[in-house]
Design a protein around this ligand. Structure first.
Ligand code: OVM
Length: 394
């Protein structure tokens, strides 16, 4: 059987402006398709995306998880020792990071992070109208995460610039990629410096990575690169995760009422929000052998783009997938990925979202859109530039 070919560029402005509008065509074309404009295989159905993510032996990450094949072209920055690594190296680095970003570490930060959420919500309630992207989605992670990682206070805006560039760089070298790279030159230097042991606060997660490096047979340079992973993956993801979650509640007011009636649902809200509209839209893998997918063959050494966001709304897997529903069983969503690379920071992201909601629930009766949401185009992230909202006090 042959693989259907589509003339779809998932990184052009039309696609990136409204990815969900294009996902059904990708899913319906077949379990695996060939995208002519980017000369790459693609999967968009839940079953195939989940299976590929779970089979890291066949679908490897070491040749990059963007369009660029690191075995053919030099990566734009030294590869991540987590995201862009395969076992056995990956298991060692992940083992260290699991000890740093642990349940215990999260329990320790919870009281401070909760206080910060309440302070921020106090300010927002005074304003009533605010931008849920800049004043909440960005503001909250920036109030808690950089301090916890332990980076210098000066110049932290570089974290936002850097993350945007990192996620753009998984796509082709289009205008968005090039702009991101140009804007990030200064941020790249700032981040490199922030990752050094001398720059990191004592007792911070960043310092802890350095302290543990020897036990895991990792050099100081490798420890720096693991700190870099926290800074690359921990900012723009939660920024947009919280932003999109606020958009979900503004778009489905009955779900806000449902949450207020049963505040315990706050812990599940981010997962359903990610299923409904996934912050990370796509990641690539590279095949390590010829692989049969439902009767069609993908040759060895092929890039395959996995549409996490499309899988999360696949009607073959989800009932009423367009509906944001807090009571849905979200288990199996691939918004945090799946398999050995599944998001290391997922507990951090869930905690941030839960604490923001915990602060809002008792005090906010309604969240209303107060203007059109404005998108920020990114080659990987479903990102918002602005989300004007009005909150009505309870
Ligand atoms: C990393 C990294 C960068 C971007 C995303 C990510 C979603 C990880 O440097 O390890 O995970």
């Amino acid at each position: 059987m042959s693989v259907p070919a589509l003339a779809v560029d998932p990184f052009d402005e039309d696609f990136l402006s409204d990815p969900a509008a294009h996902h059904a065509a990708l899913r319906d074309a077949g379990p695996v398709v060939w995208l002519e404009p980017i000369e790459c295989y693609a999967m968009a159905r839940h079953a195939e995306v989940s299976k590929a993510l779970g089979d890291h032996g066949t679908y490897c990450s070491g040749r990059g998880v963007g369009l660029a094949d690191f075995s053919r072209e030099a990566p734009w920055r030294p590869p991540s020792l987590l995201l862009e690594a395969d076992p056995p190296l990956h298991d060692r680095t992940r083992g260290l990071m699991n000890k740093v970003v642990s349940l215990k570490a999260l329990q320790e930060v919870r009281p401070l992070w909760s206080a910060r959420a309440h302070e921020l919500v106090d300010c927002l309630l005074e304003k009533r109208r605010f931008d849920a992207v800049t004043e909440l989605g960005e503001a909250y992670p920036m109030l808690v995460f950089p301090d916890t990682v332990g980076v210098p206070s000066e110049g932290r805006d570089c974290l936002l610039t850097y993350a945007a560039a990192v996620f753009n760089a998984f796509g082709p070298r289009n205008a968005i990629f090039e702009q991101g790279e140009a804007a990030a030159a200064h941020a790249v230097g700032w981040v490199a410096n922030a990752c050094r042991r001398e720059s990191l606060a004592d007792g911070s997660w960043g310092a802890s990575i350095h302290d543990k490096a020897v036990d895991y047979d990792l050099s100081e340079a490798e420890a720096e690169r693991l700190v870099r992973s926290l800074l690359s993956a921990g900012v723009d993801t939660t920024v947009n995760g919280i932003g999109i979650m606020m958009l979900a509640f503004a778009s489905f007011p009955e779900q806000w009422a449902r949450l207020r009636a049963e505040p315990k649902l706050a812990r599940r809200a981010l997962d359903e929000s990610l299923r409904w509209d996934s912050t990370v839209q796509t990641f690539f893998r590279t095949t390590t052998r010829a692989v049969d997918v439902d009767g069609a063959t993908i040759p060895e050494g092929s890039k395959v783009v996995l549409f996490l966001a499309a899988a999360n709304r696949d009607p073959r897997r989800w009932e009423s997938p367009e509906q944001f529903d807090l009571t849905r069983a979200t288990s199996g969503h691939v918004g945090f990925g799946h398999g050995i690379h599944q998001c290391l920071g997922q507990m951090v992201a869930r905690l941030e979202a839960e604490l923001v909601l915990e602060a809002l629930i008792p005090r906010v009766a309604e969240i209303r859109l107060a203007g059109e949401p404005v998108r920020r185009l990114n080659n990987t992230l479903h990102a918002l530039a602005s989300l004007p909202v009005e909150i009505l006090p309870a």
